[in-house]
Design a protein. Structure first.
Length: 317
């Protein structure tokens, strides 16, 4: 088994879900544990948090100005959970992602890490950044690997990618490079991979305790909207029964900002809504909203409410 394999309970315990019964570690309890020979690493609160865009940039700026040591970006909660789930699932099991199997999802996510590396290595050498390869091109050889070999490759490529992101951000915290026919801030690769890991884990495991912890957070949805607001709707637009008619609806989740699905002048996009506007809306819980904007259907009956017809039209976009 791979060294990062962990049970669902272990991931929940390590990363501090609201369901855990142990109190979160504080600096005082960590000190007590260390003095008594115990380990402070049982609580993720003591040593690691998901790296947000702001976290990555702030740490990188400090290092760039000689105000902090070079600290590699650690593996995120989402990556840990994804690796554990993929390791435990049957390779041939069909997922919720367009019928992909567990093995194909592992190849897809490995391919993303490899492609980021393929872009960052020449950039660090002062060479031109290559054109981004298609999913099919980068994943073909990976899908041909045996599943155990693929999981080892997934582990090593994710580690390698994080090291390169750290090195680039040490030099240039705000650098932007070519990516998929557009441009991407290198710091954005961290939340981008967090989204990929959390969503593709949901594809395999469905909505369990870990999915409810990882999905629906404002920072990951904000990255999806800011970086992929139009891209995420491209596939749905191909099936739009009335593509020339303007359309707008809010996806409303308690405790979160309203998110708008817009079709205007033939262009579809996602955008955060301004408060106070009187528009049609759909009540949808945060996890369901997150997977919905990435083209999935909510896992449980009743997660979307108040506006079935609007939801049906929205789904086609």
């Amino acid at each position: 088994m791979c060294g990062w394999k962990a049970s669902v309970d272990n991931v929940l315990r390590r990363h501090g879900t609201p369901r855990q019964t142990e109190p979160a570690s504080t600096p005082e309890t960590i000190k007590d544990q260390q003095s008594s020979g115990g380990s402070p690493q049982r609580s993720i609160n003591a040593r690691r948090h998901p790296a947000s865009d702001q976290d990555v940039n702030r740490v990188s700026v400090l290092r760039a100005h000689g105000k902090g040591p070079r600290v590699p970006i650690e593996r995120t909660i989402e990556a840990d959970a994804f690796l554990s789930t993929i390791d435990a699932a049957a390779p041939e099991a069909v997922s919720a992602c367009e019928g992909w199997t567990t093995h194909e999802i592992a190849a897809h996510v490995t391919g993303i890490a490899m492609e980021v590396t393929r872009h960052l290595e020449p950039y660090l050498q002062g060479e031109p950044v290559p054109k981004t390869r298609s999913f099919e091109e980068r994943e073909a050889l990976l899908q041909a690997l045996g599943h155990a070999d693929l999981l080892r490759r997934l582990d090593s490529e994710e580690t390698r990618m994080r090291g390169l992101v750290t090195e680039v951000l040490d030099r240039e915290p705000d650098v932007v490079i070519p990516w998929t026919g557009r441009h991407m801030a290198v710091a954005k690769f961290v939340p981008h991979l967090r989204n990929e890991h959390a969503l593709h884990r949901w594809d395999v495991a469905g909505e369990d305790d870990i999915s409810r912890q990882l999905l629906g957070s404002d920072d990951l949805v904000d990255h999806s909207v800011g970086e992929l607001g139009q891209i995420l709707l491209v596939a749905g637009r191909k099936h739009d029964p009335d593509p020339d008619t303007d359309f707008r609806v809010r996806l409303r989740s308690d405790g979160h900002r309203d998110l708008r699905v817009l079709v205007e002048a033939g262009t579809a996009t996602l955008a955060w809504a301004e408060a106070g506007a009187d528009e049609p809306w759909i009540d949808i819980d945060p996890v369901a909203r997150h997977v919905f904007i990435w083209g999935r259907r909510p896992d449980r009956h009743g997660q979307a409410r108040n506006g079935y017809r609007r939801l049906r039209r929205c789904r086609r976009r």
